[in-house]
Design a protein around this ligand. Sequence first.
Ligand SMILES: C[S@@+](CC[C@H](N)C(=O)[O-])C[C@H]1O[C@@H](n2cnc3c(N)ncnc32)[C@H](O)[C@@H]1O
Length: 215
Amino acid sequence: MPEAYIRGVQDFYGRDYIVTPDVLIPRPETEQIIDMVLSLAGKSYLPGVKAPKKQLPDNPIILDVGTGSGCIAITIKKELRDAKVYASDISENALQIAQKNATKHSASINFIISHLLDNVKFTPDVIVANLPYVDEDWNWLNKESLSYEPRIALYAEDHGLALIKELVKQTADRQTKYLILESDPCQHQEIIEYTKKAGFRHAKTRGYILLFVRP
Ligand SMILES: C[S@@+](CC[C@H](N)C(=O)[O-])C[C@H]1O[C@@H](n2cnc3c(N)ncnc32)[C@H](O)[C@@H]1O
């Protein structure tokens, strides 16, 4: 069993999050989602580096889709106090853990149970999502080590892209300006082409993370 489940906690962006086998163990590559959001908000996330130009409005509305332990949503709220942060997941068990983490970190988050954006009745300024993107057929997978984490948090159909594509399609019908997605770099080109058809411009790639802007 992964050490994080034995200890019951995992560090993410300098804070400890409660983790159980109901949620994915937060990964270091996901931390770059936070850096991208802070950049959009005009905050420097590296000491000594000049703050970038602010692109988000005051009190931005930010939605984390597929929140799992809540690590992304809670970190955003802690680092960007004026943001109104929402977090959604299809798993009720995951949302219970996310709620515990929000309480642990005194972060005010609005939780929504939903398949992607189905129950989201507002238009966020930014949507961030680390959705399941693993393709079960990838021959480099260490299935034994992944077997402890929830399948619903890891795997997706259509070479791992089914949920990401569905989210992009749902987002295309809204006025959300920024979309930040995590996926394996081998999937990036296909996602970039798909989001272009949905009206987004690919603005940046950092490791596993893609930033899209609606022109
Ligand atoms: C890769 S995990 C990410 C968890 C957390 N955001 C993180 O970065 O550590 C994906 C999350 O998406 C959720 N999920 C899976 N299918 C979903 C769907 N159709 N709609 C919303 N959330 C979904 C899973 O329950 C899981 O918590």
